[in-house]
Write a protein that binds this ligand. Structure first.
Ligand code: PXL
Length: 286
């Protein structure tokens, strides 16, 4: 069984970060280990947020793992609580035993052209250094623009988006995947555009966009966790991305269909049986 280390916050209520990564990675049949970056009472789209930064604890937790000689097959990072934590994670990557682990970075920083509450405009520069070490990065358009210091806009053509991804790979990541994008002229679809910096190949996959009257929260975390889980189950990146898009779309559709939906996070729980079935039918074939 593959062991995945996921490095992100625990939002006690909010259906995001570790609250979705743990169940989804476990559902994929992988061992989910966690390095919490912060504890928040609720995620930052709420009003009354209690937050404790766990930077010191991260060092102590990592030191314990070093003594126990614990290795990981995948390292998946999400919401980091401070710019300094990008350096902490980078140093941990240098110290981790085991040669060929896959490093998957979701540069969680913002959405809809704005950084999340609590993040300063200098944060993307730090995050770029961590992205440079990744096998796969999965920014949304806001994060891709921030990493490249490019003004945010929503009217990029497919060629221009591909060029953003090419520039992100030129900064060091092996593959860059833009999330939450629609194909030109088809706003009813939503998915991903991938650029592989090693051979210049481009891949895209789109699922059904679920129309909602409010922005959805935590969908990026659902997507990234499902993608990492699928990779840990042995899927190639393109298949893992496709499954993660479908699962995220279904999580949003289940949310929209629920009478008791929460404003702060989608119903990935209802869509989990679909994800498990897809992983199971894939692993039966290999
Ligand atoms: O879903 C990304 C995320 C993760 N963790 C925290 C957040 C957010 C987005 O707002 O606030 C604490």
């Amino acid at each position: 069984m593959k062991r995945v280390l996921t490095v992100q916050d625990i939002s006690c209520v909010g259906k995001c970060s570790l609250g979705v990564a743990l169940p989804i990675i476990s559902a994929a049949g992988a061992e989910a280990a966690v390095l919490p970056t912060a504890v928040l009472s609720v995620h930052t789209a709420f009003t009354h947020v209690y937050k404790r930064d766990l930077s010191e604890d991260m060092e102590a937790i990592f030191a314990s793992w070093e003594q126990e000689k614990i290795a990981f097959d995948f390292v998946y990072t999400g919401y980091l609580a401070s710019p300094e934590q990008t350096g902490t994670v980078s140093r941990f990557l240098d110290r981790l035993p085991g040669g060929n682990k896959t490093v998957f970075v979701d540069p969680v920083m913002g959405d809809f052209g704005r950084l999340y509450t609590g993040f300063h405009a200098t944060f993307p520069g730090y995050m770029a250094d961590l992205c440079a070490r990744a096998d796969v990065i999965v920014p949304n358009l806001t994060e891709a623009c921030a990493l490249l210091n490019e003004p945010y806009r929503e009217d990029f053509t497919r060629d221009q988006l591909t060029d953003l991804l090419r520039r992100l790979c030129a900064m060091g990541a092996k593959c860059a995947v833009l999330t939450g994008v629609s194909p030109v002229g088809d706003a009813d679809k939503l998915g991903v555009l991938k650029y592989d910096g090693r051979d210049g190949s481009v891949f895209s996959y789109y699922g059904e966009r679920v129309r909602t009257s409010q922005p959805l929260h935590g969908t990026g975390d659902v997507f990234a966790s499902a993608c990492v889980g699928a990779l840990a189950a042995g899927m190639c990146l393109d298949d893992a991305l496709s499954l993660a898009v479908e699962f995220t779309s279904r999580s949003a559709a289940c949310w929209a269909a629920a009478a008791d939906r929460r404003w702060y996070g989608v119903d990935f729980e209802t869509a989990l049986p679909y994800y498990i079935d897809e992983i199971r039918s894939y692993t039966k074939k290999i």
